[in-house]
Design a protein around this ligand. Structure first.
Ligand SMILES: [Zn+2]
Length: 438
């Protein structure tokens, strides 16, 4: 598909907006990178001024939104497993990062992450990591829609010596990408245990001035909340509310250790929650009460977190895990239906990132960010219900095509914007480097 104007004809389309959940035997028409119209196959096939692609046995849906990740950490996948969050961070991840994180590490890890994300249907990703300028360049080159939240910490790292430098570099990055269609820059204060109140307040003030997104790891474990309460007499979420950091532009990542008062606080401030089910399960951090949050009217998005704590960056797998965990956590099999899970992984994710006017659903005027999923596998047979199959029956490898802003980035399961063979060599080089000297 080389033309900017084309139609893809599928067995079904899940638009994630409008009155119908599933449109059978429909096509999407794309003009100049924009989703122009959804229409029955016969009507679309009759259009003569555009290119046509037939995808028999496929369903089209909006690209998945990964609302929280650390792409470069792909290089640490499987390096330290089966540990608690505190010892995993303190004994393994942070020492290794202190020794190895560099622009090259971030570039190579991000490229591999982009490959995995694209092949599993993720078209937009949020990222929080050091050298966000390098991450932005890599994801931009891969053609992905991206929200970079630049890190803010009280800790010296390879990217910045002190708070001043974190803000200076982060704001310069925001300035650099201010007119970019695919890259948005926000603030990423790491957590309330690595960022002090004065930096959090400064973040709140600047983000408010610039109308920028804020993302923070929050209430990830009960131990984190307890330690904060013991030290300050205040719950982390209440600190954010008190200093003006909690609002409709704020993305609270994890939120496993929360009670009804916390839920009221999030709802009252219109903040978003980013649920990372696989990372939370693997680190035994706890389970985010997704149903209670949704019942309180809170928007909940979905994130993979980094490959060091997941260990997949697979959009379909994350959606499946969220649906299953919501039922287990609530003791209610009706919690987070297939249809609701799909919405959480698409439009609700875009909403959390403040990008729902651009992406997250297939409707006229939005960017043509969409994927094709092959329904012909035996794991889908006999395909009674498309949404059920996508959420509960996929193995994570069924995405055959992906378009971002109308550009074809995955075609017949092959990456179009990245060199797969080169990435395999890069991964092998890092395996040798990290195992030799770590
Ligand atoms: Zn994280």
């Amino acid at each position: 598909m080389t033309s900017a104007n084309f139609a893809v004809h599928a067995e079904a389309i899940i638009p994630v907006s409008g009155p119908e959940n599933v449109l059978k035997f429909h096509s999407i028409v794309v003009r100049e990178g924009v989703s122009d119209e959804l229409m029955p196959n016969a009507q679309a096939r009759a259009l003569s001024d555009i290119e046509h692609l037939e995808l028999h046995g496929h369903v089209l849906m909006p690209g998945l939104v990964n609302a929280h990740g650390h792409a470069a950490m792909t290089l640490l996948r499987g390096y330290a497993d089966d540990m608690s969050l505190a010892s995993w961070l303190n004994d393994k991840i942070w020492p290794l990062e202190a020794r190895w994180v560099s622009p090259e590490f971030v570039r190579d890890g991000t490229d591999i992450a982009a490959a995995e994300m694209l092949l599993s249907g993720i078209t937009a990703t949020s990222d929080m990591y050091f050298f966000p300028d390098i991450t932005a360049q890599s994801l931009r080159a891969a053609g992905m829609r991206t929200q970079l939240v630049f890190p803010i910490m009280n800790i010296e790292t390879a990217w910045a010596k002190n708070a001043e430098e974190y803000f200076e570099k982060g704001l310069a990055l925001r300035d650099y990408f201010r007119n970019d269609d695919l890259v948005d820059i926000g603030f990423g204060p790491h957590s309330t245990y690595t960022v002090d109140e004065s930096l959090l307040s400064r973040t709140a003030m600047l983000a408010n001035e610039l109308d920028a997104a804020i993302q923070i790891h929050l209430h990830e474990t009960a131990a984190e909340v307890l330690a904060h309460v013991e030290a300050t007499g205040e719950r982390p979420i209440d600190l954010l509310a008190r200093i003006g950091l909690l609002g409709p532009r704020t993305q609270c990542v994890h939120m496993t250790a929360i009670g009804s008062q916390d839920i009221e606080t999030i709802a009252a401030h219109g903040a978003h929650v980013v649920h990372c089910p696989r990372s939370n399960m693997k680190l035994a951090s706890g389970a985010c009460p997704v149903s209670k949050l949704r019942d309180a009217g809170i928007n909940v998005a979905l994130g993979t977190d980094g490959a060091a704590s997941n260990n997949r960056l697979n959009g379909l797998a994350e959606m499946q895990s969220a649906a299953l965990l919501a039922k287990l956590e609530s003791g209610d099999p009706t919690a987070l239906s297939a249809s609701e899970s799909i919405r959480m992984a698409t439009l609700d994710g875009a909403r959390a990132l403040g990008l729902d006017h651009v992406t997250g659903s297939l409707e006229p005027g939005k960017s043509a960010d969409f994927i094709a999923i092959d329904l012909s596998g035996f794991n889908m047979a006999p395909n009674h219900q498309v949404e059920s199959n996508i959420v509960y029956a996929t193995s994570g490898t069924e995405v055959t095509h992906s378009w971002i802003a109308g550009k074809n980035v995955v075609k017949n399961r092959q990456l179009q914007s990245l060199d797969s063979d080169a990435l395999r060599h890069t991964a092998a080089d890092w395996r040798a480097k990290l195992s030799a000297k770590s």
